[in-house]
Design a protein around this ligand. Structure first.
Ligand SMILES: *[C@@H]1O[C@H](CO)[C@@H](O)[C@H](O)[C@H]1NC(C)=O
Ligand SMILES: *[C@@H]1O[C@H](CO)[C@@H](O)[C@H](O)[C@H]1NC(C)=O
Length: 534
């Protein structure tokens, strides 16, 4: 229903039956934790987000767009799949973390979920994901990416399997007595991992896996199941361990920086997307680019040239660096000559986080306008109602506003409709062919029929599509996030054979603040940071 509203409201120039199938390029820009009150096209006059304002003036601004959830992992699941996260166990858990917690853990977007990337790739699109993923990574070994972008329809990936993390996690809860094992012993063992190919029975790896086993057993017994009240936050880590487990910058399946440097990371991700747009446009291939910003999630790192530009706050400087990046990506579409044939969608994954305050008392979370609540606050409007813009020149009226409720869950079907996908329209419902004299149905015009609501069949149990499933019978999967076995990091899921490259990289710094103030670390391998000219 909402989908139809979204599409009908957006498409002002209706297509005719004789028009050939459309193959617009698609660019989806996802902000991380940005509030609806943080950008000037939504009324914030404390500073100007000029590039987002321009995008809004060239397309449609949605005033009532709702995220699928109020924290990152489930909201992005909803966006990618068009399904509520409870369908795939990606929702928050009662006794576990609210999001996917470990890159080398087993929780993640199930391999059999359909994503808009997979649908577009199957329709002949070149697909790339750049930036923060946070949908889990692998099942049996690092490279399988059963939960990763490459397992979900993206030909290529450059970014963070996980998310930025603030130093607040480095609290007393995670200072458990067994931590030194992981903090000191494992890095030593793992960084001693020999050059590939690994020899069977390699003793470093065996020793590391044994130490890891002991560590997991301790958490399992004392923190997770121990006593009548399991300790809260059993999944927490110290920052050093966090970086060791979860701070990889990855190209496809190759770790290129670990722990990744924050300095210049925004620019590095933008450069990647620019290259992708230029190359797909040059080859004349329709493309899907998802650019998932690290901004304005904490820690609020910005390149030196953006510090103080807002005249407002560190948070606003961060928003303006993101706005600059949006401008660069729009310019890349112009330079490649594809802007007119590209549908650009910008949105935030959910509302701003109201509780975040820096050490100096400055607020570090987003502003949700007049709406109550924010990130991680259940159904409160401020956590769900997000800024959302669509631009598709000639098809979406410039400067339009959509004021009816719309949903991030509608992106997948909306994109597919933009390609004119629908079901064949049989003139005689009893005879399942479209009855054209030339024998071939067309995928548009009178030959197709739009379904409202869509119909659902279990094609395994019911391959002939005879028994429609009432939508209220669609099963709900229990959350993966409070299942110890799925959440905890596992030695076998680390990128073995790639670790030796990062020997000497600083996994042992005290706290993230110091780390990012120092510009992060590139590690010691020559050429490791060369993509960004360092
Ligand atoms: C603009 O956004 C900043 C950052 O979230 C916020 O502190 C400020 O209150 C907002 N200003 C207005 C006028 O809404
Ligand atoms: C945790 O403990 C339970 C019960 O003793 C055991 O079945 C399970 O395999 C353990 N899990 C891990 C990951 O060690």
């Amino acid at each position: 229903m909402v989908l139809t509203v979204l599409l009908c409201t957006l498409l002002v120039v209706s297509t005719t039956a004789t028009e050939p199938e459309l193959r617009p390029n698609i660019v989806v820009l996802i902000a991380d934790d940005l509030g609806i009150g943080d950008i000037s096209c939504y009324g914030n006059d404390s500073f100007r987000t000029t590039h987002l304002d321009r995008l809004a003036s060239q397309g449609a601004l949605l005033t009532h767009h709702l995220a699928g959830a109020t924290v990152c992992t489930p909201s992005r699941t909803a966006l990618l799949t068009g399904r509520y996260p409870v369908r795939s166990g990606m929702q928050e858990a009662r006794h576990g973390p609210v999001v996917v917690r470990n890159v080398p853990g087993r929780a993640g977007l199930p391999a059999d979920e359909m994503t808009f990337a997979r649908a577009l790739r199957d329709a002949g699109y070149r697909t790339q994901f750049v930036g923060k993923w946070h949908q889990g990574w692998s099942c049996e070994r690092w490279e399988d990416q059963c939960h990763g972008p490459r397992g979900h329809g993206f030909d290529s990936f450059f970014g963070l399997p996980f998310s930025l993390m603030e130093e607040g996690e480095d609290g007393p809860v995670s200072q458990r007595r067994d931590e030194p094992l992981l903090r000191h012993v494992l890095p030593e063992l793992m960084l001693a991992d020999p050059q590939p190919p690994l020899r069977p029975g390699d003793c470093h790896r065996a020793a590391a896996e044994l130490a890891w086993r002991l560590w997991l057993d301790t958490i399992n017994q004392t923190d997770f199941r121990g006593g009548s009240t399991p300790r809260a936050n059993w999944w927490g880590h110290t920052m050093a361990v966090e970086k060791f487990l979860n701070y990889q910058l990855v190209r496809d399946s190759t770790v290129v920086d670990w722990p990744y440097q924050l300095a210049g990371l925004t620019q590095r991700l933008v450069a990647e997307s620019e290259r992708f747009v230029a190359s797909a446009a040059r080859d004349g291939e329709p493309f899907l680019l998802v650019h998932s910003f690290l901004h304005p999630h904490t820690p609020l790192f910005t390149a030196p040239e953006f510090r103080g530009v807002s005249g407002h706050s560190r948070y606003a400087d961060n928003v303006l660096e993101m706005d600059w990046a949006v401008g660069r990506l729009l310019a890349a579409l112009d330079a490649a000559g594809v802007a007119d044939n590209t549908l650009v969608h910008f949105l935030s994954d959910h509302g701003g986080q109201l509780e975040l305050v820096g050490p100096d008392g400055q607020r570090e979370g987003g502003h949700n306008g007049v709406f109550r609540g924010g990130k991680a606050q259940g159904g409160a409007e401020g956590g769900l109602r997000v800024p959302a813009l669509f631009r598709w020149p000639g098809r979406i009226a410039a400067g339009s506003r959509v004021e009816v409720p719309t949903s991030a869950l509608d992106l997948l079907p909306t994109l597919l409709e933009a390609l004119h996908l629908a079901v064949a329209n049989y003139p005689d419902p009893a005879v399942e062919h479209c009855g054209r004299a030339d024998g071939l149905c067309a995928c548009h015009g009178d030959d197709v029929r739009r379904l409202d609501p869509p119909r659902l069949f279990d094609v395994q149990a019911d391959p002939a599509e005879r028994r429609e499933i009432p939508s209220e019978q669609v099963p709900v999967a229990p959350s993966q996030m409070d299942q110890f076995e799925l959440v905890v990091p596992r030695a076998e899921l680390l990128p073995w054979g790639q670790l030796h490259k990062f020997r000497g990289a600083d996994f042992d710094m005290h706290g993230l603040h110091k780390w990012w103030e120092n510009g992060g670390s590139c590690g010691v391998v020559p050429g490791q940071c060369e993509e960004y000219g360092r």
